[in-house]
Design a protein around this ligand. Structure first.
Ligand SMILES: NC(=O)c1ccc[n+]([C@@H]2O[C@H](COP(=O)([O-])OP(=O)(O)OC[C@H]3O[C@@H](n4cnc5c(N)ncnc54)[C@H](O)[C@@H]3O)[C@@H](O)[C@H]2O)c1
Length: 372
C-alpha cells in the first residue's frame, strides 16, 4: 500500500527471523510485528543476563523455535513447521574475539548453518525469499582508504571474518545451483553491514555495551583501540536496508541485478573512530574514558569502509540517522534501561524509537518510508 513503510509488504506475511534472541534479531522481530507480519523466531536460548529479547518477547512472536542451526534435521523440521514466506537469516556466532576461542563452533554455526538453512528450504520446496545477513568483515581487508564495493574480493584474517566470507559463498552457490533455476523456490540475497549500535546490545567486548556498563556503574570506559575507524550505524538504519531489500526483490525476476549482495553502511562522513564514538556518547551520558590494554591477542581491523552506492542506486536506500543521532538515540535507550524501567515500558520506548525512525525517514523522502 502506497504511503505505508515498505509498501505494507510485510502485513500478514509469515516471516522467519533466525537469531531472534540476539541484538539485531530482537529489533528486527519487533519492527516486523509493528509492520503487521506474523513473526516466527529460530535461535538458541538467549544468553543469561540483560538483553533486548526478554523486553520485546511478549506480543512479538507467533511462534519460537529454540533450535541449533548446526543440527540439520532439527532445523529442517522447524522451518517446515513455520512455512515462512520470507526468511531473514541472522543466526550466527557474531563476535570476532569469540572466534579465536571457538573457531570450529564459529565456522560451523556461520557457514555450515547457512548451508543447512538454504538446503532445508530447498529440500522442502519452499518458495520463500531468503535474506542472508553477513558482515562488512567478509571483505579481504587491505587496510586501504577506499570503500569496499560488493564485487571486491572476499577474505578474512580471523575465523569470524572468514566464516562470513564463506557464508557469502554458500549463499551464492545455493542461489546459482538451485534457487535461480527452480521456479518453485524463492530468491537468495546477502546483506553486508558494518558495526551497528543501538539500545539492547549487551554483548561482551563491543564498545557500546562496554560504555553502557561502565557508565551505569559510574566507572571509566575502558577503550582498547581508540583510533580504529568503523562504519558505525544505528541498528534501525541497517535493518531498514534488510527490509527494503526483501520488499523490493519480491517484485523482481530471479536474474535481476537486485538478486545479489548489498552493502548497508553509513554515509562516508560518518565513518568515525572509536574515540569519536565514546566522546559523543559522553555528551549524552556524562562520564570518563581511559585507554585500556588489549584483552585479546587477535588482530583487529584498523580501517574498514563500505560503499553504499549500489543500495542507493538500486533500492533508493540511504541512512536516515547520521552518527550524532544514532549515538544520541543509543544513549537514550541505555539510560532508560539503567533507570530500571519495567519491561513493558522499555518495550513501548523501543517501539517509540522505531516510530521516530520511520518518521525521520519519511521526512527525508526515503523510498521505503514513503511506501514506494
Ligand atoms: N552487531 C553487529 O555490529 C554486526 C555487524 C555486522 C554483522 N552482524 C551480523 O548480524 C547478525 C546478528 O548479529 P547480532 O549482533 O544480533 O548477534 P547476537 O550475538 O546478538 O545474536 C546472535 C543470534 O544468533 C543465534 N545463534 C548463534 N549461534 C546459533 C546456532 N548455532 N544456532 C541457532 N542460533 C544461533 C543466537 O541465539 C542469537 O539469537 C549476525 O549474523 C552477525 O554476524 C552483526
Amino acid at each position: 500500500m502506497a504511503g505505508e513503510p515498505f509498501g505494507d509488504y510485510f502485513r500478514g506475511r509469515r516471516v522467519l527471523v533466525t537469531g531472534h534472541t540476539g541484538f539485531k534479531g530482537a529489533w528486527l522481530s519487533l519492527w516486523l510485528a509493528r509492520l503487521g507480519a506474523e513473526v516466527h523466531g529460530l535461535a538458541l536460548a538467549p544468553e543469561p543476563g540483560p538483553g533486548l529479547y526478554p523486553i520485546v518477547r511478549a506480543g512479538t512472536f507467533a511462534r519460537e523455535h529454540l533450535q541449533d542451526i548446526r543440527d540439520f534435521d532439527g532445523l529442517r523440521a522447524a522451518v517446515a513447521e513455520s512455512g515462512p514466506h520470507i526468511i531473514f537469516h541472522l543466526a550466527a556466532q557474531a563476535i570476532v574475539q569469540t572466534s579465536y576461542r571457538e573457531p570450529l563452533a564459529t565456522f560451523t554455526a556461520n557457514a555450515l548453518g547457512t548451508a543447512h538453512l538454504l538446503e532445508a528450504v530447498r529440500a522442502l520446496g519452499l518458495g520463500c525469499d531468503v535474506v542472508v545477513v553477513t558482515s562488512d568483515k567478509c571483505y579481504e581487508n587491505r587496510e586501504w582508504d577506499f570503500a569496499y564495493r560488493e564485487n571486491d574480493a572476499l577474505g578474512g584474517h580471523d575465523v569470524y571474518s572468514m566464516s562470513k566470507a564463506a557464508t557469502e559463498l554458500v549463499a551464492q552457490s545455493w542461489s546459482r545451483s538451485f534457487f535461480a533455476k527452480d521456479d518453485s523456490l524463492g530468491r537468495v540475497v546477502t546483506a553486508r553491514a558494518g558495526n551497528v549500535i543501538g539500545g539492547g546490545d549487551f554483548a561482551e567486548n563491543r564498545i557500546v555495551p562496554d560504555c553502557a556498563r561502565a557508565l551505569a556503574a559510574g566507572a571509566p570506559i575502558g577503550v582498547r583501540h581508540p583510533e580504529s575507524l568503523r562504519p558505525w550505524q544505528h541498528v534501525l538504519d541497517c535493518l531498514s536496508g534488510y527490509l527494503a531489500l526483501a520488499a523490493r526483490i519480491a517484485q523482481e525476476p530471479k536474474d535481476s541485478p537486485l538478486v545479489s549482495a548489498f552493502n548497508f553502511g553509513p554515509a562516508t562522513h560518518d565513518f568515525r573512530t572509536v574515540r569519536a564514538l565514546v566522546e559523543e556518547m559522553l555528551r549524552h551520558w556524562p562520564g570518563t574514558w581511559e585507554q585500556s590494554g588489549p584483552v585479546f591477542a587477535g588482530k583487529e581491523a584498523g580501517r574498514l569502509r563500505l560503499a553504499i552506492d549500489k543500495a542507493t542506486e538500486l533500492l533508493g536506500w540511504r541512512p536516515t540517522w547520521g552518527f550524532d543521532e544514532a549515538v544520541k538515540q543509543t544513549a537514550r535507550w541505555y539510560r532508560e534501561h539503567a533507570a530500571g524501567d519495567a519491561v513493558g515500558e522499555l518495550r513501548a520506548f523501543t517501539v517509540g524509537q522505531i516510530a521516530e525512525f520511520e518518521r525521520a525517514a519519511f521526512t527525508q523522502g526515503l523510498a521505503w518510508a514513503r511506501g514506494a
